[in-house]
Design a protein around this ligand. Structure first.
Ligand SMILES: NC(=O)c1ccc[n+]([C@@H]2O[C@H](COP(=O)([O-])OP(=O)(O)OC[C@H]3O[C@@H](n4cnc5c(N)ncnc54)[C@H](O)[C@@H]3O)[C@@H](O)[C@H]2O)c1
Length: 326
């Protein structure tokens, strides 16, 4: 077990300039961790690190570059491995590049962690592992059924984590995030896009066309909860948490219709809306079971959907005003 309050625990966050990584970095800094970010800024942004900039060490490098990984991990206690290419459609068109980052990069992290004596690696997996499995709520005992190169790579990452724990006693925790939302999501490649599009259109008074019936639903989890789950995995994981996938979800599913109503209520604005055709390949529902996270990590989400939206709306509003000034 790692030190609970940080006590200058040395943490590396790969992908720390991204949406979830930067929320984790801010939380770690607030808890007195010594943080190094390894990010190639392919999707991450310097401004995401503005809040913690003076307290962290940033390495502009790729997880595909073994030398950069060795430099970043050389004197660390723990690695939070978030760096990845995360777009499902792009992974279909560019599987070789995705494989290099999401698989070779992950092996670089694990191999280096083993060689330099890292205590624990926390991996960012994805509920995309469940694919079109329609048994709800989705529990970790379900057989993975990944449907894209991205999802296959995330499942492979989990197996690599298990292998390094089984074979080398490297402590690994694989977290399977459901649909993460919140400030700093660039939302071009995630289902969180629907949240930002709705906020954007409602604030700008533009009409909305809902895909399909609007009864499709997602287990949306607020980004701060995901950061907290990572820290629980670092500090409170039981031994039987190592090497197994663990859902990070709320256990509640919000429909697109409910999302629209909630954003309208929170902003106090209403816009006309209508229903259009369904999106090709859209899954009807995601809903996870979070019993394992409660049991093995002592983690429970603490942000309601409304509370998360209340933090997201002003961020989208600010992005809009930046856009309009340009
Ligand atoms: N956002 C979600 O809803 C969601 C859901 C499930 C899993 N995940 C996983 O969580 C992790 C973080 O996702 P995110 O939503 O913050 O995405 P993001 O794109 O905002 O962050 C990923 C970060 O990794 C960096 N990166 C990419 N390739 C790199 C490389 N070769 N070397 C170093 N850095 C590199 C990017 O620059 C970016 O800063 C990813 O592993 C993703 O697969 C996200």
């Amino acid at each position: 077990m790692l030190k609970d309050n940080g006590c200058m625990t040395r943490a590396v966050v790969t992908g720390g300039a991204g949406f979830i990584g930067s929320a984790l970095v801010d939380t770690l800094v607030a808890q007195n961790y010594h943080v190094t970010v390894l990010d190639d800024f392919s999707h991450g942004k310097k401004e995401n690190l503005a809040q913690s900039r003076d307290s962290i060490h940033v390495i502009d490098g790729s997880i595909v570059d073994l030398g950069a990984v060795e430099t970043a991990l050389s004197d660390a206690d723990i690695v939070f491995h978030l760096a990845a290419n995360r777009s499902v459609p792009h992974s279909v068109f560019n599987p070789l590049h995705f494989n290099r980052v999401n698989i070779d990069g992950t092996v670089n992290i694990l191999e280096t962690a083993k060689n330099v004596g890292i205590k624990r690696v926390v991996f960012s997996g994805s509920s995309a592992a469940y694919g079109d499995n329609t048994s709800f709520p989705q529990t970790e005992s379900l057989m993975p059924n990944p449907q894209s190169p991205y999802a296959i790579q995330k499942v492979t990452g989990e197996h690599l984590m298990r292998y390094y724990w089984d074979s080398f006693d490297l402590e690994t925790v694989s977290l399977r995030y459901f649909n993460v939302f919140g400030p700093r999501d660039d939302a071009t490649s995630s289902y969180g896009a629907v949240i930002q599009i709705f906020i954007d259109r409602i604030l700008s008074g533009k009409p909305i066309i809902i895909d399909g019936t609007g009864e499709q639903s997602r287990d949306f989890i607020f980004v701060q909860d995901v950061a907290d789950a990572n820290i629980a995995a670092a500090t409170r994981a039981r031994k039987d948490a190592f090497g197994v996938p663990i859902n990070v979800c709320t256990g509640k599913s919000v429909t697109v219709n409910q999302l629209l109503e909630t954003v309208q209520n929170l902003t106090g604005k209403k816009v006309p809306f209508s229903y259009g055709p369904s999106r090709a390949g859209d899954v009807v529902k995601t809903l996870g079971d979070n019993a394992r996270a409660r049991e093995l990590l002592g983690f429970e989400p603490s942000w309601s959907f409304e509370a998360g939206l209340q933090k997201t709306i002003p961020w989208v509003q600010n992005q809009l005003s930046i856009l309009h000034r340009q």
